[in-house]
Design a protein around this ligand. Structure first.
Ligand code: HEC
Ligand code: HEC
Length: 441
């Protein structure tokens, strides 16, 4: 009998304790749901990923120097390369950025005192030696000569805050560099014939295409499908996207090639030309992906594999890059409040851009028809569709326009497009409110 009472007591105690436990659970859960920016990530893995994102070339020097000779173009004739060389002034003019935190005190004061010749390629070499050119890694021998350069993820997906001067400041990882003219940088090569042969065109065509991308744009599909032009004859290139604000987002890229991890491997192997392993049987299709099929890009094997061991760390780092918060005063908060109601209501935006991830939860793709644009870019992807762009941190990537190819110059243009495509009947104030909301997320 005593035993039974004791057992009952224990049961009751366990029951009440479990109630308390339940309450804790509920509290913890609501917190996780509302705060996408507090994903728990292993800090060691995140910092390893930051190193990789900023400094790891995955051995792509074999391409950027071995094949394209970009190292020799930077050096210039006077330093044992070819051409005029790349001075810091030239580097900044094609949108390359300088990490001010990598500059020692004496270099900072020398720049401030005008003692560093920004027109001299030798100054660029000094910056590369300091690992201060964002996304460009120079390798130097014991004599101090630059032997090769490679590129890192940061080249296209980082910029700086201009705190020192325009183009020089603290790194902002995950922000797309919308000043960077990737095509002009590649066109410095004296071996455009390699690209011409790969794409089955002539050298002047390669040169015209590279110079036609413009700042902040790159044609990632070119290396697999060889499509340099849109059907209307203009040069095809997509805006460099943000690598921040991707927590909770399913498919990555404008056309949903795969998830972020898939795409990281794709880019490191096929765009940067690093040395890794990469498998995607979809690329063996000779009609859709003639260049990839011909070159076996869907079955890349390298030993040693310098990419695969970095994928988890890269993923952790990218997930740690929360979207930046718009500065106070950069938008009208009352208008934004009204815009939010429209966004989630009559303007129907939230049927696809669902807060807080601002893309669809689940399979986040839509047909070209659904969003009222042509399907050229969509059909270049195995999905044949467009991915709903995650909109967080939109304010920090407004340069260069909107939609994959920057076809809409302003947010006004975007809203007018939706207004007419979906027959929303928005008033001018509604449109303005929606824009203020977009600037606030
Ligand atoms: C030469 C410039 C360039 C470099 C270098 C580069 N990327 Fe990208 N990245 C792009 C472009 C352009 C796209 C958009 C591709 C598309 O959808 O057409 C993109 C897309 C992405 C996306 C998808 C973003 C989204 O909104 O879904 C991620 C993630 C990404 N890159 C990560 C990386 C990582 C990691 C590296 C280094 C391994 C890297 N990128 C190197 C240009 C670059
Ligand atoms: C049917 C789904 C759908 C609806 C509804 C929708 N969008 Fe989009 N949105 C997309 C897709 C898909 C893209 C990517 C288009 C592209 O890159 O070409 C996009 C892109 C955008 C962009 C450009 C982002 C960038 O970085 O370039 C903005 C801004 C935007 N949408 C805002 C809105 C607003 C505001 C509404 C409501 C008026 C809305 N969307 C309704 C699917 C949708």
């Amino acid at each position: 009998m005593k035993k039974n009472i004791l057992a009952l007591g224990v049961l009751i105690a366990v029951f009440f304790l479990s109630l308390v436990g339940c309450n804790d659970d509920i509290e913890i859960r609501t917190e996780t749901i509302t705060a996408v920016d507090t994903l728990f990530l292993d800090p060691v893995l995140v910092s390893q990923g930051r190193e990789t994102f900023r400094y790891n070339t995955f051995g792509d020097e074999a391409f950027w120097s071995g094949v394209l000779h970009i190292d020799k173009a930077i050096l210039g004739e006077s330093n044992g390369g070819y051409g005029a060389g790349v001075s810091p002034a030239t580097a900044l003019s094609v949108g390359l950025k300088v990490d001010s935190e990598a500059l020692p005190e004496e270099v900072v004061s020398a720049i401030q005192a005008g003692q560093i010749d920004l027109q001299d390629p030798a100054s660029t070499l000094a910056l590369l030696k300091l690992d201060a050119v964002v996304g460009v890694k120079g390798n130097f021998n014991e004599a101090g000569d630059m032997t090769s350069v490679g590129i890192t993820c940061a080249l296209c997906h980082s910029t700086v805050d201009d705190s020192f001067t325009e183009g020089i400041g603290k790194r902002l990882d995950g922000y797309p560099n919308r000043d960077l003219n990737v095509g002009v940088i590649i066109s410095l090569t004296d071996n455009a014939k390699f690209l011409a042969d790969l794409l089955h065109v002539d050298v002047p065509t390669v040169d015209a295409v590279l110079k036609g991308w413009g700042p902040g744009k790159f044609n990632a599909g070119l290396m697999v499908d060889g499509k340099a032009l849109k059907p209307d004859g203009t040069i095809a290139a997509n805006l460099l996207p943000a690598a921040y604000g991707l927590q909770g987002v399913n498919l990555a890229t404008y056309t949903g090639w795969g998830d972020m991890v898939y795409w990281n491997a794709f880019v490191a192997n096929l765009e940067m030309h690093g040395k890794g392993n990469f498998t995607d049987a979809r690329l063996n299709d000779p009609v859709r992906f003639p260049i990839a099929a011909e070159n076996n890009f869907g079955n890349v094997v390298n030993d040693p594999d310098l990419i695969t061991p970095e994928l988890a760390a890269l993923q952790a780092y990218q997930l740690s890059l929360d979207a930046p918060k718009p500065p106070v005063g950069s938008y009208d908060s009352q208008a934004a409040e009204r815009g939010k109601v429209l966004f989630n209501g009559v303007a129907e935006c939230a049927t696809c851009h669902i807060s807080p991830i601002f893309t669809d939860a689940g399979y986040n793709l839509h047909s070209a028809e659904e969003i009222g644009i042509d399907d050229f870019e969509a059909m270049r992807s195995p999905t044949g569709q467009y991915r709903t762009t995650p909109l967080r941190g939109l304010f920090a990537r407004m340069k260069g326009g909107f939609y994959h190819d920057g076809r809409f110059e302003t947010l006004d243009d975007v809203i007018n497009h939706y207004d007419s495509h979906f027959n929303l009947g928005l008033s001018n104030q509604d449109k303005n409110d929606l824009i203020e909301y977009l600037k606030s997320i």
